[in-house]
Write a new protein. Structure first.
Length: 415
């Protein structure tokens, strides 16, 4: 009888509802994948082994796909050790595989999570010794197998991490700017903003291009996990032929005839990085890019659309501005000018700014129509929505953008 596994898909805080919606769409590709409870920090679901593969392949928002192994109450570290040593780890991987243990805890009464991590490792190792007289080695940097533990005040849950590297690592990024936006967060912001292929999208502070690339891959139908590896490929009994068939079933969408995704940045170096990343991500159509200060942007197309951007901090605010001004004063002047530009040049557009600076609406001198709380790692942020009401401002002539030509041939995009 087929084995049904319980999965937990964690995600950046604030994106739980978006992840649940995405997982329901992925479940449409399988008769055995079922979405259950949404909780702070992620979504519970269940399915067969290949359903875990399916989520890893298609989810843009999940951080990982964790397969539940066991759950129990505990009072001391030894209770957790006993739970670990009872599990049939030898049925999932072998002594030749390296391992790593990760712990997340909320309100746990245990004094040392490092010691608890050590005891889980001891439980896994002792289990192997009792059955094989050998043991797997620990590798904290590039392990074959990751085991995750979650502790609350009373219970511990053990998981096998089917993903390995976090899912925001799509396999294409080789160059980054300062503190780049993670890919799964960018994908969640696009979904929350209501962007869909065909709606014009402009990121006027695109940095290394993460938002643009996520949107372009969505438009082409490129699954985020298509060109990377996963931990489940190291599991005992892994069916590589079935996995290859799942990937081979992917059908990409035709490239658009006319540009609808646009980017700009004040830094030419950042735009060069964006072009490099577009090529690495397999984007085969033209993304118009423009080196310009954000407060100088103009309409890229006559059809109203969405502006979605993650404004930078500090030095990159007004790089070509008056460097004699204090950083705070430069930011104030930048946002005031940017707000004026949005009001005068973008009637009918919807603007989304993702930032940790809660004063941005005041600095823009705009009233947000919605503010959605998110976390970028440990940093509390907001996605501010501003509706640029079409009034007496006339639609300006679309700006001329220089085209990024990321990929000369279809074959090159598969590398």
């Amino acid at each position: 009888m087929p084995t049904i596994h319980s999965y937990f898909c964690p995600c950046p805080r604030g994106l739980e509802a978006a992840l649940a919606e995405e997982l329901q769409e992925i479940a449409g590709k399988s008769d055995t994948l079922h979405i259950h409870q949404t909780i702070p920090g992620g979504v519970h679901c269940s399915g067969m082994q290949h359903d875990g593969w399916l989520i890893n392949l298609y989810s843009r928002i999940a951080s990982r796909v964790l397969q539940r192994v066991a759950q129990s109450s505990y009072r001391h570290e030894e209770d957790i050790y006993r739970l670990a040593v009872k599990q049939p780890w030898e049925t999932w991987f072998g002594v030749e595989n390296t391992i790593r243990i990760d712990i997340t805890a909320i309100r746990s009464p245990l004094k040392s999570l490092n010691f608890t991590t050590l005891r889980i490792k001891d439980g896994v190792v002792d289990r192997f010794r009792s059955f094989t007289r050998s043991r797997p080695s620990v590798n904290t940097h590039t392990p074959d197998i990751r085991i995750a533990a979650f502790l609350d005040a009373h219970n511990v849950t053990l998981y096998l991490d089917t993903s390995g590297e976090a899912l925001f690592k799509r396999g294409w990024r080789h160059e980054t700017g300062d503190a780049p936006l993670r890919e799964n967060l960018a994908a969640g912001l696009l979904r929350t903003a209501g962007w869909k292929p065909g709606i014009p999208l402009l990121d006027p502070m695109c940095g290394s291009g993460t938002i643009l690339i996520e949107a372009a891959q969505i438009m082409l139908g490129i699954p985020p996990g298509l060109n990377r590896t996963f931990s489940f490929e190291k599991f005992t009994g892994f069916d590589r032929e079935k996995w290859q068939a799942m990937k081979s079933a992917v059908r990409l969408n035709p490239a658009p005839m006319e540009p609808s995704i646009f980017g700009s940045d004040i830094s030419g170096d950042m735009l060069d990085m964006t072009r490099h990343n577009l090529k690495a991500a397999g984007i085969t159509f033209d993304i118009p890019l423009h080196q310009i200060e954000a407060q100088e942007i103009r309409l890229p197309t006559e059809k109203p659309g969405i502006i979605l951007t993650n404004p930078p901090y500090g030095e990159r605010i007004g790089v070509r501005g008056n460097r004699n001004l204090e950083e705070n004063e430069r930011a104030i002047r930048f946002y005031q000018a940017f707000g004026t530009t949005l009001k005068q040049r973008f009637p009918g557009w919807t603007v989304f700014l993702f930032t940790a600076d809660f004063n941005v609406p005041r600095l823009l001198r705009l009233k947000e129509s919605r503010k959605t709380p998110f976390y970028n790692g440990p940093i509390e942020c907001r996605l501010f929505r501003f509706d640029m009401v079409a009034g007496s401002n006339r639609t300006r002539k679309p700006a001329t953008f220089r085209i990024a030509r990321p990929a000369p041939s279809a074959g090159e995009t598969q590398n």
